[in-house]
Ligand binder design. Structure first.
Ligand code: PEP
Ligand code: MN
Length: 344
């Protein structure tokens, strides 16, 4: 349920509502907007009628039910877009953020060269896997802590904030020491123990959509993070499993638009895993931006044919520069206001 405070509500009245929500057996989540404050009562097992009765409490405008199963990620609880701040890079603001780098950190030279190259081409953040979720146990599993150290060096060299995947609750503290943003990979989208742990960290999270997850399941996974206390969450569409074999996954363009329509969280598009094909990265990136994506995450390798993971979908540096030039075309002015954000 949502308690909408009136424009003139005092701090004392807001505190009273927070207190009453706790007494009724719910968790209060406060969103202070520019005009008014919203207090959401979330959780299960609370006494709803006690929240409904708050409609006559001083300073309360009205009390409404939250229509969606996901509460804190919906526009109803937070009517302004969330900006995820990754060490100063803002995802969800007016500028599209480009995150680029190799699928896996393979060596110091490989990462430092790539980091400098993607920065020159205009990327604002660096990606690179240290712990890799591989389909086969015989494939390259990532360099682990050695990769984290190399990522940190690349950040010091270029100033680019770093995102890397965390696969296990055991690695969370270590990765937090090295990375600016933690990625929950597609395969772990419904690893609820991991989500609950990440809800307690002070780092932003990039939450990939599971290969077979509905948009609702994806948003409910994000709800775990927000309800546990971490509201710095960016959603990432990376393609889903369908009957199509021409691409590695089917990049779900409509899910980007739908997530923007349903949630105030920023949406990142991953055309690399979404298509599995170098040749499609530029077109799918432009399309994702056209439907409202706030950022693009792209795999770049200095020599894709030698990549230890995801070579076929990795761009080399000249290809990445060409994609970046394509993205700098004035897409948004042509399209008008940003799609998906004006929903009610
Ligand atoms: C990756 O980013 O390299 C990766 C493994 O992504 P996903 O979880 O989307 O497959
Ligand atoms: Mn990859």
């Amino acid at each position: 349920m949502i308690v909408n405070m009136s424009d003139a509500a005092t701090e004392q009245q807001i505190d009273h509502v927070i207190q009453r929500i706790r007494e009724a057996g719910f968790q209060p989540h406060v969103t202070r907007g520019t005009e008014r404050t919203i207090v959401a009562a979330v959780g299960s097992g609370g006494r709803r009628h006690e929240i409904e009765a708050l409609s006559v409490a001083p300073g309360v405008d009205n009390v409404v039910a939250i229509a969606q199963p996901f509460k804190l990620v919906s526009w109803q609880t937070r009517p302004q877009p969330t900006i995820v701040d990754v060490a100063g890079v803002r995802i969800g603001g007016p500028d599209v953020v480009v995150i680029a780098g190799p699928c896996s950190v393979e060596s110091r030279e490989q990462l430092l060269e790539t980091a400098q190259g993607v920065k020159r081409a205009g990327a604002a953040m660096l990606r690179g896997g240290a712990y890799k979720p591989r389909t086969s146990p015989y494939e390259f599993q990532g360099l682990g802590i050695e990769a984290l150290k190399i990522l940190r060096e690349a950040r010091e060299l270029t100033g680019l904030p770093v995102v890397t995947e965390v696969m296990s609750t055991e690695d969370v503290d270590l990765i937090c020491e090295y990375a600016d943003m933690l990625q929950v990979g597609a395969r772990n989208m419904q690893n609820f123990a991991l989500l609950r742990r990440l809800a307690t960290v002070k780092k932003p999270i990039l939450l990939k959509r599971g290969p077979s997850a509905t948009v609702k399941e994806w948003l409910l996974a994000a709800e775990y993070l927000l309800s546990g206390g971490n509201d710095q969450v960016a959603l990432c569409e990376r393609g889903i499993k369908t009957f199509e074999t021409g691409t590695r996954n089917t990049f779900d363009l409509s899910a980007v638009a739908l997530a923007k329509e349903l949630s105030h969280l920023p949406v990142v598009a991953d055309p690399s895993h979404g298509t599995g094909k170098q040749s499609l990265i530029g077109a799918v990136s432009r399309a994702a931006i056209a439907v409202g994506a706030d950022a693009i995450i792209v795999e770049v390798h200095r020599c894709p044919e030698r990549a230890l993971s995801d070579g076929p979908q990795s761009l080399d540096l000249p290809q990445f520069e060409r994609v970046m030039r394509g993205l700098s075309q004035p897409l948004r002015p042509v399209l008008g206001s940003r799609p998906g954000q004006a929903c009610t």
